[in-house]
Design a protein around this ligand. Structure first.
Ligand code: MN
Length: 501
């Protein structure tokens, strides 16, 4: 994956000619200093852009930003007053995400020396209100961040936005491969791929499993050997699964699948993929370990043809790049309903990403109850404990909805020596009952993008960039109020966009 420092956000200051060249020079110098300060604090580069003083300069900047590949968004601030009619044509054209940073160069009012020069320079208190008006008047999405630019909370909010912008940028023109179709008759994993491409910028296309099998069959023994050695270095591989052992062939087969899948994805320029155990024609095993390792490299993944979760997981991996904590495809699998400690056991048949593991994963081979194939190799581990979230994206017919639940991953109350898959055990917020009820009322999928590093703020910023409905289930959630929000949103989205996206 591309390091986030390869991307730029442009620091844009609004002003006007009225103030004369001396003041504008000062505005530019102050802005440069702020851009530099933010650049040191953010995960992306912050590039100072010349102060905007005319309608033409705003339009030119918007066009430049739209076509600049490295530019993932703009941070806009009005140090002095910048009349907003001069922004209309430019903002109409702008296609990159925006954070409106409502800050002031000077943190404090110099009470004993303040004069009209100070007042005329530090005008964001009213200049940014004029700017906010035009964004609201044009009904444009942006994130408003308030506070002094050196304050950690301001920089963190901007950082969350920048991470979301990087993920949004990554989705534009992204390609996701679907091996086979949906798991038959499943509803939530379906959706309108044309709407998704229009709304989100990524394309999902299907490929026959035979195309993948052909690529797997082209994998050389030498490539498979190298792959198998890597497993023995990285994971706990024991007994007859090691090279020369009686069941090593099961591991070797998965290594061949992994190498072939990686080649297919690289050659096609894909950022993620889906599989389905109902379409494995010609594959000797359900891809398990192979999927786990490709996810760990940054590929999005959805099982059973779930392309929406695949794309969402990829976005989460991009936005959390470089942070502590992993991200995985996840499914709410089984409940522990003991009143003393209700919790969810999340897992999948095989495909849980080892970036979320608490320790060194163990490579194991076990029979799979469904699919009728050779016993697949997989990594088995417990997820690291601590705060995390589950995010889902569903297609409601007239719109997409993103739903996020904040959760606390706990150590399994007891060991599960007979469970042959990787798993995470968590307590959802605000409580087991309220979380599940809210999620189910909202129609959230049984699949999710699980992340230990993403925050609700990043996800909300991302949803705003995508211009989709965002619903959060956390400590503050009351199910009654949440149900009202669902009803209000039905009306809002019907009126706001009608039935066509
Ligand atoms: Mn599933």
């Amino acid at each position: 994956m591309t390091p986030l420092k390869n991307f730029e956000v442009w620091f844009v200051t609004g002003s006007q000619h009225l103030y004369g060249p001396e003041t504008l020079k000062r505005v530019a110098a102050d802005s440069q200093e702020i851009a530099k300060g933010l650049g040191a604090a953010l995960p992306v580069q912050v590039i100072f852009k010349p102060v905007l003083v005319s309608p033409e300069s705003v339009s030119e900047l918007a066009q430049e930003a739209n076509t600049a590949k490295s530019c993932i968004g703009l941070v806009i601030w009005c140090h002095t007053f910048s009349p907003s009619k001069m922004w209309i044509n430019g903002l109409k054209q702008l296609r990159k995400p925006v954070a409106h940073l409502h800050t002031q160069y000077n943190r404090d009012i110099p009470w004993s020396s303040i004069d009209m020069d100070f007042m005329n320079l530090n005008q964001a208190a009213h200049g940014d209100r004029e700017h906010g008006f035009i964004w609201s008047r044009l009904r444009l999405n942006r994130k408003v961040i308030v506070g002094h630019w050196q304050e950690a909370s301001v920089q963190n909010k901007l950082g969350a936005w920048a991470r979301a912008a990087a993920a949004w940028n990554d989705w534009q023109d992204a390609r996701f491969a679907r091996f086979g179709d949906n798991m038959r008759e499943v509803a939530v994993t379906e959706g309108d791929k044309v709407s998704a491409q229009f709304k989100f910028g990524y394309a999902v296309n299907g490929y026959g499993v035979g195309d993948l099998v052909a690529r797997i069959n082209a994998v050389s023994d030498k490539e498979t050997d190298a792959q198998v050695r890597e497993y023995e270095d990285l994971y706990d591989v024991t007994g007859d699964l090691r090279q020369g052992g009686g069941r090593h062939r099961f591991v070797r087969e998965q290594a061949r699948i992994e190498t072939g899948m990686r080649a297919f994805l690289k050659e096609g320029g894909f950022k993620g993929f889906t599989t389905t155990f109902e379409d494995l024609h010609g594959l000797e095993q359900l891809p398990g370990l192979a999927v786990q390792r490709l996810m760990a490299e940054g590929y999005g993944f959805g099982a059973e043809g779930d392309w929406k979760t695949c794309a969402l997981l990829r976005a989460v991996k991009v936005m959390t790049h470089g942070l502590k904590g992993g991200a995985s495809f996840m499914e709410d699998y089984t409940y522990h309903l003991d009143p003393a400690g209700k919790c969810v056991l999340g897992a999948h048949m095989l495909e849980v990403c080892p970036t979320i593991a608490a320790g060194k994963p163990k490579l194991e081979v076990h029979p799979l109850g469904i699919g009728g194939k050779m016993d697949p190799a997989r990594l088995v581990f417990n997820a690291a404990t601590g705060r995390a979230l589950n995010a889902t994206l569903i297609d409601l017919g007239n719109r997409f909805r993103m739903l996020v639940n904040e959760i606390e991953v706990i150590a399994p109350p007891q060991p599960m020596p007979k469970l042959p898959v990787a798993q995470a055990v968590w307590k959802p917020k605000p409580s087991f009952e309220e979380s599940c009820a809210a999620w189910i009322y909202a129609g959230g999928a049984h699949h999710a993008a699980f992340s230990q590093a993403a925050t609700s703020e990043m996800m909300e910023d991302f949803a705003a960039m995508a211009d989709v409905e965002f619903l959060l289930i956390n400590d503050q959630t009351k199910v009654d109020e949440f149900r009202k929000e669902l009803r209000f949103n039905e009306v809002y989205y019907a009126l706001n966009r009608g039935w066509a996206i």
